[in-house]
Design a protein around this ligand. Structure first.
Ligand SMILES: [Zn+2]
Length: 1023
């Protein structure tokens, strides 16, 4: 008993002591300390040790510091006991002791406040606490560099040793190699510290060289079950990976090629087979035929010229520089210079990869492109006030067959762009203001002269020196005579101010004349607006036409070249402007169809929408890419931003639509670039999984087209884009989404394609928009007469490009006597890349706001946006009515075809539930999908879950089939039945995601299988 008490007491005391000991340690040296020394260096010279992090592409400004800048009277750093290195520690102490007055291990250069210690090989820097480098939530990758005292050649073969200690004990020592110069990456995993800032085993394990860190990423990817499966060879998969450089300098984070090669091993494991920013040594390895580098020869991304004309040059803090022709596509000097610039650009792209075995090169013209007129001193107003652009504008209108009468204008001089219709050119304004300034200057000089003469006539004593303003002097001298003098000075100041205003803001001085009124009819003015929007797009796009043609010609030469000739060996080259996904947001002045009638060999856009509820819209823009490929011969590529969500779905939906290159933007790596996914190993693994899916399917899906052509065309007319409201914009996207959920494949077309293409291949054309060109409306009328089904919603196809009602052409088609206007009580926010907003009620819905449908339409609900009352003629079916009995949806047989008019924004109404974070309504979907299905359109890949999208592909050469399944719900843990149409004689489906083979049961032209579950997506190979 006694002994047990004693033992307890002893253990309690010991425990207490241990706690105290720890506390003492924490209080005394509670922080981890870091010191460093150089252990190899050529030439062997004394060096200072600097560190930095951030900035240089990593975001923010760089934070910098130095381990070797020491205050003259700084006490010695706490002595550290190095286990198993007694002698060294002794040597250290010895060094410290002789520091004063004449140290032999360093050279000290005295500064004003600090002394700079150039340490010789093997000499430790003083130790500093980790907080020296700031506080970091996850980890810090510190860049350490050396500065030589004096070196006759660049530093090479460097090695840095880093030591971490805690509470007087060394916890880790590691070396960092710098073979190609004195830059080292040091990884400090702050996120692994315990709550008191002390080390954990994980901290000790993960602290180390950048290379160790990258090797850990490689190991994590190698541990993935798919790591032994080859990545894609046909799909080009690229990302950017830089940060290596020789020596030390901006953006250089390592000089160790092995570190960089480890990153490229990560890329290989992710399935990357092309490159964006590979270091020169990797290109050299490729030239030498090294397989590690050759792996990345599938495609290369480079830059080429942007708009091939001069633009206003903006510079921080200085006035922008402008010269004649800036931003003008039609200035004669610009037109003359373009061919040479374009030729040189093509040559540069080819020279860049000469001797390298790249298959394809994608050359970026402009990132996040905008209209060229933004680069003119007047901005978009340039179009209306530039004589060259005015002439080109009239030429475009005449070429479209327009006459002065269409505009109700007396003279062609009245026909010019509505952008800057009343504007004046920068050069005119400048000339005028310069003249004003010169006159004011002359007046002021005359005035001064007069004053001097007057002063000379007076006695000097009469002039009283006055330190204040001239005005006061003048007032005291001669109040009456002062007036004209004061005006001259003020005028000069004002003239100078106006000149300065113009220097800084070239758009100043463009004010509409008072009461200015165009001499056009109201319809003519609307029509002029329509052409102005087109001109803004087409003039900008047209500037890329020479480049597009030159690239196409180079590809044609390759196609024709004899095997083994230099042309045969050169890569395929494609020019592209990087498009934002503005088609899925609020739109863009450079249209997603018209732009490509002139510009670019490839259509490439970046995914960026962040709201999970609209990620599925990428299928729409990928379908646009498919149309551009099919109708205009464009190559289709996509930048998938994995950290913006849904990388699997976005990759698969693009792959199902003829994408040739996927750029996972942006890898970085995370230690060389900000806002990257390179440090997210789970994401790297997810991408690796996706590319393996593509790799296993690519023999079927790469050169594939849709096995069953779409029977539905979906059109968002450009004319509607020019004139319509947000409700119309958002409606278009959700109409597409509703059809997608009904598993109805669609071809996006524009008005141009409606005019030029044979529409007989379509059973249904869906028009999402209130305005449509008159000639297109006429063609649609004929198309309905011959058997087509026309569907529209949301004050659909109401007006033409002059703003005139299309009733004369379309009322008979829809079987209506007349249509009411759109009555709105909900405000629809335009989606802008971040969160999806909900419809806001602007007033109480009226009595008749509830819509009730009858078969094939289902259900009854209150519209949240608004309504349009329809007035059917005899023989027109009313399929849905408003609460007050008015017709809401009509169906009319016209000729051999049918026309549906839906008197509400059916797309936005369908989105209401998801806007409220509820599941989509099947009943509301029927207002969009049922009319299409009733026309005899059938789904092709019909999964039992609406949010699982499927595309059936047939290889153009082998005829083999595959179904790409995209799960926009991300995970479905219940059996999913998939019906497929057009699978021919296939009897089996091999699921690449599940690694299982399923037997197809066939009946009535449908093949059916049931998958037990689905993660983010799958590809079924049909056999
Ligand atoms: Zn111009």
């Amino acid at each position: 008993m006694h002994r047990r008490v004693l033992a307890c007491l002893v253990s309690w005391v010991l425990g207490l002591l241990a706690v105290l000991d720890n506390r003492l340690a924490a209080a005394g040296q509670g922080e981890i300390m870091l010191r460093a020394r150089v252990t190899a260096l050529t030439p062997e010279v004394p060096v200072r040790i600097h560190w930095r992090w951030g900035g240089e592409g990593l975001g923010g400004r760089p934070v910098v510091g130095e381990l070797t800048a020491i205050a003259p009277d700084t006490p010695k750093a706490p002595k550290v006991q190095i286990e198993g290195a007694g002698e060294e520690a002794e040597a250290d102490v010895a060094n410290d002791e002789i520091l004063n007055p004449a140290p032999t291990d360093r050279v000290i250069v005295e500064g004003k406040a600090l002394n700079y210690h150039y340490l010789k090989l093997g000499t430790w820097s003083p130790a500093v606490p980790l907080s020296t480098f700031g506080r970091h939530r996850w980890q810090l990758i510190l860049t350490v560099t050396l500065e030589p005292l004096k070196a006759d050649r660049p530093l090479k073969d460097c090695e840095l040793e880093v030591e971490l200690s805690y509470a007087g004990r060394v916890i880790k020592q590691f070396k960092v190699a710098g073979p190609d110069g004195p830059t080292f990456g040091v990884v400090l995993p702050y996120g692994r510290l315990d709550k008191d800032g002390g080390p954990t085993p994980e901290f000790i394990q993960e602290a180390g060289s950048l290379r160790d860190y990258v090797e850990r990423k490689v190991a994590a990817l190698l541990a993935q079950p798919w790591s032994k499966v080859s990545g894609p060879r046909r799909f080009a998969i690229v990302t950017d990976c830089a940060g290596y450089g020789e020596g030390a300098g901006y953006g250089i984070r390592t000089t160790d090629r092995e570190t960089m090669l480890a990153e490229y091993e990560c890329l290989r494991l992710m399935g990357v087979n092309g490159t964006v920013s590979a270091p020169g040594f990797l290109m050299e390895m490729m030239r030498r035929g090294d397989s590690r580098a050759l792996h990345f020869a599938r495609a290369k991304f480079v830059h080429t010229i942007g708009y091939p004309i001069p633009t206003v040059k903006y510079a921080d803090g200085r006035p922008p520089i402008v010269h004649p022709g800036d931003g003008c596509p039609f200035h004669p000097d610009n037109i003359k210079a373009i061919p040479k610039m374009v030729q040189e650009a093509v040559e540069r792209v080819l020279a860049d990869v000469r001797g390298l075995p790249f298959e394809e090169v994608y050359a970026l013209t402009v990132d996040e492109i905008g209209t060229v007129f933004d680069a003119a001193p007047e901005g978009k107003a340039h179009q209306g006030c530039c004589p060259y652009c005015q002439e080109a504008f009239r030429a475009m209108i005449r070429a479209d067959g327009r006459k002065l009468e269409d505009f109700g204008a007396p003279d062609w001089s009245d026909i010019r762009s509505t952008y800057g219709y009343w504007g004046r050119s920068y050069w005119d304004v400048k000339q005028e203001r310069e003249k004003g300034l010169a006159e004011a200057r002359n007046a002021m000089e005359g005035d001064l002269q007069k004053r001097l003469e007057e002063d000379a006539a007076k006695t000097p004593s009469a002039v009283k020196p006055e330190p204040d303003s001239d005005d006061d002097v003048v007032d005291e001298l001669a109040p009456d005579e002062a007036k004209p003098k004061r005006d001259a000075a003020k005028e000069l100041l004002a003239a100078h101010g106006k000149m300065q205003e113009l220097v800084w803001n070239h758009r100043a001085g463009q004010v509409s004349p008072e009461g200015a009124k165009p001499r056009l009819s109201p319809e003519g003015w609307t029509l002029l607006g329509y052409y102005s929007c087109r001109f803004n797009n087409e003039a900008a796009a047209g500037l890329f036409e020479p480049l597009q043609k030159a690239f196409a010609a180079a590809n044609e030469r390759k196609r024709q070249a004899a095997p083994g000739s230099p042309e045969a060996k050169q890569p395929w080259i494609y020019s592209y402007a990087l498009r934002g996904n503005t088609f899925l947001m609020g739109g863009h002045s450079l249209d997603f169809f018209d732009f490509y009638r002139y510009a670019d060999n490839a259509f490439i856009y970046e995914t960026s929408n962040r709201d999970a509820r609209v990620w599925q819209w990428d299928s729409y823009l990928c379908d646009v890419g498919r149309s551009l490929r099919r109708f205009m011969g464009k190559r289709f590529g996509i930048y998938v931003k994995p950290h913006r969500g849904a990388p699997v779905q976005r990759s698969l939906t693009a792959a199902a639509r003829g994408v040739r290159v996927i750029y996972y933007y942006t890898y970085g790596p995370e230690w060389a670039k900000g806002d990257t996914f390179g440090g997210n190993v789970d994401m790297l693994a997810k991408i690796g999984w996706t590319t393996r899916l593509l790799a296993q399917a690519e023999d079927v899906i790469y050169d594939a087209d849709w096995a069953v052509p779409a029977q539905v065309a979906i059109v968002r007319p450009i004319t509607a884009k020019f004139f319509s409201n947000s409700a119309s914009w958002e409606n278009g996207k959700w109409v597409y989404t509703a059809l997608m959920h009904a598993h109805i494949p669609t071809d996006p077309l524009d008005e141009g394609l409606l005019l030029t293409e044979d529409l007989s291949r379509y059973k249904v054309i869906v028009i999402s928009g209130d305005h449509l060109r008159r000639d297109v409306a006429r063609k649609l009328r004929t198309w309905v007469e011959t058997g087509g089904t026309l569907y529209t919603t949301g004050w659909g196809i109401a007006r033409d490009e002059s703003g005139r009602p299309l009733d004369d052409i379309l009322l008979p088609v829809f079987g209506l006597q007349k249509k009411g206007e759109m009555e709105l009580w909900g405000d629809v926010p335009r989606y802008g890349a971040t969160a999806l907003g909900a419809v806001r009620q602007t007033r109480k819905p009226p009595e008749g706001a509830t819509i009730t449908g009858k078969a094939p339409l289902q259900g009854s609900f209150t519209a949240v946006v608004g309504r349009q009352v329809l007035y059917p003629a005899g023989g027109t079916d009313v399929l849905a009515t408003w609460g007050d009995g008015a017709a809401a949806v009509t169906r009319h047989r016209f000729g051999r075809g049918t026309a549906w008019m839906v008197g509400m924004y059916a797309g936005v109404e369908y989105a209401w539930e998801t806007m409220c974070n509820r599941p989509f309504s099947d009943e509301k979907r029927s207002y969009i999908a049922a009319p299409v299905l009733e026309a005899g359109v059938l789904p092709v890949v019909d999964a039992s879950v609406p949010m699982i999208e499927g595309v059936l592909l047939r290889n153009e050469k082998s005829g083999k089939l595959a179904a790409v399944l995209i799960n926009w719900l991300f995970k479905v843990d219940q059996p999913i039945t998939v019906h497929l149409r057009g699978t021919g004689a296939a009897t089996k489906a091999r699921s690449l995601a599940l690694g299982q083979v399923f037997t197809l049961t066939t009946a009535d032209g449908w093949a059916t299988l049931t998958l037990p579950r689905m993660d983010e997506g799958d590809i079924l190979l049909l056999e």
